[in-house]
Design a protein around this ligand. Structure first.
Ligand SMILES: [Zn+2]
Length: 265
């Protein structure tokens, strides 16, 4: 089975989905005068993921910040594709989606001069249908990490498997590396933001004890170490999407660094 080195060689697979906060499908609008320094945030992530880890990069982000992507690659971190525009897969025609995965791969490869082998669908929105995997193989992908263990109103696909598995298609074989849960999902996004550290620690430990590899997935804006409420316009603050996406955003960085320190070294 093909597995990326960053997965094989780590106790916890540390991944980051590199996109701007506005890309996250929640209809977020930022106050104009505020600016997020993505380079500084990603530098932080690089610091504790050098020579390991995997960055799923959105094509539009790579186009805007090619030097950040070059820097990640030069620190021996695997770069994979997180699609081109972060449009949910089921909202794109199949043809358009195929163009997105092809174009984003080429765009990132041109920047890093390294082959892109992996794909993660925006917001876990890849339908579990063979034709998508056939197309990923046709476009040169060797693995995907696009499944979440349960479904929410917007994302998730209920592929509740704890280990990577192979998908056989007429174009060949591809590996899918789903996010494993342990009773609940805990290792990224909303869950890492709201759960206290000792719960995340305990669930990680239990997953490892049972022979499964936890997968951490974060976003650059979760590495901001201060409350982010000031970044959002009032209409967003009232919104449920705001709560789901950005509650306790400012306290995530410490938990992630601690988790990697406790388990990865
Ligand atoms: Zn994303």
């Amino acid at each position: 089975m093909y597995l990326p080195n960053s997965y094989k060689e780590s106790k916890i697979w540390s991944t980051i989905d590199i996109e701007q906060i506005e890309d996250a499908n929640f209809g977020i609008t930022l106050k104009n005068q505020l600016h997020i320094n993505y380079e500084a945030l990603i530098d932080k992530w690089i610091e504790f993921n050098k020579n390991r880890g995997c960055a799923f990069v959105l094509g539009s982000f790579a186009k805007k910040y090619p030097n950040i992507i070059k820097k990640i690659a030069s620190n021996n971190i695997e770069i994979a594709s997180h699609s081109l525009t972060h449009t949910l897969v089921y909202k794109l025609s199949f043809k358009k989606w195929a163009q997105e995965i092809e174009y984003s791969k080429k765009l990132i490869e041109d920047i890093t001069s390294k082959e892109v082998k992996g794909y993660r669908s925006p917001s876990w929105s890849l339908p579990f249908e063979k034709r998508y995997y056939e197309m990923l193989i046709e476009k040169g992908y060797l693995f995907s990490s696009s499944y979440f263990p349960f479904k929410t109103y917007m994302y998730g696909n209920e592929i509740d498997r704890k280990k990577p598995f192979e998908i056989y298609t007429q174009n060949g074989i591809i590996t899918e590396i789903p996010i494993p849960k342990n009773i609940i999902a805990f290792s990224g996004g909303f869950y890492t933001r709201v759960l206290p550290y000792f719960v995340i620690y305990m669930l990680t430990k239990r997953l490892l004890k049972n022979g499964f590899k936890p997968i951490l997935y974060i976003h650059p804006y979760e590495l901001i170490d201060q409350p982010l409420i000031k970044y959002f316009s009032n209409s967003v603050k009232k919104d449920m999407a705001y709560f789901l996406s950005f509650v306790r955003l400012g306290n995530t960085r410490k938990k992630i660094i601690r988790l990697l320190r406790d388990f990865q070294t």
